[in-house]
Design a protein around this ligand. Sequence first.
Ligand code: DLZ
Length: 158
Amino acid sequence: MSSAHKNLSIFSTDNLPDISEKRFALVVAEWNEQVTEALAQGAAKTLLEYGAKPENIVRANVPGSYELTFAAQKMAQKNDIDAVICIGCVIQGETKHNDYINHAVAQGLTNVSLKYDKPVIFGVLTPNTEQQALDRAGGIHGNKGDEAAITAVKMLAF
Ligand code: DLZ
């Protein structure tokens, strides 16, 4: 178990598969960039910590979280990509836009994962406030980008 993540209570990090030859796509939404950049850095750092090679982490930015699905599909259809990690942050506003985006992305990423038979990870924060997002992007609730990366690694065991 990594010392950096031993306090993660959501799941075990024991017996993870060897990812030294695995290739990851990291797809990052630019909306709420302060948050998504922190999540993306956390995810990349965690992949490296668990044995991924830097050259095996391919990053692509998209404008907003809604675009994650399309980019995830483009990545998942590449033969040399083993897992796709999608990073976004959709903050609740005065209207219901966040509900539409969140549901579309969650469903879309599920579809991509099943269609291409590869792990596609939903690393999208859906907070009510910016502070809640910051708390989960390296703040008091840790970095959910780290968790997204560990989730991808774990799913490669299947
Ligand atoms: C339009 C929009 C709004 C209002 N809020 C967010 C947000 O909080 N987080 C996010 O990632 N994207 C947001 N977007 C942009 C949409 O995801 C998308 O880029 C546009 O609707 C264009 O398809």
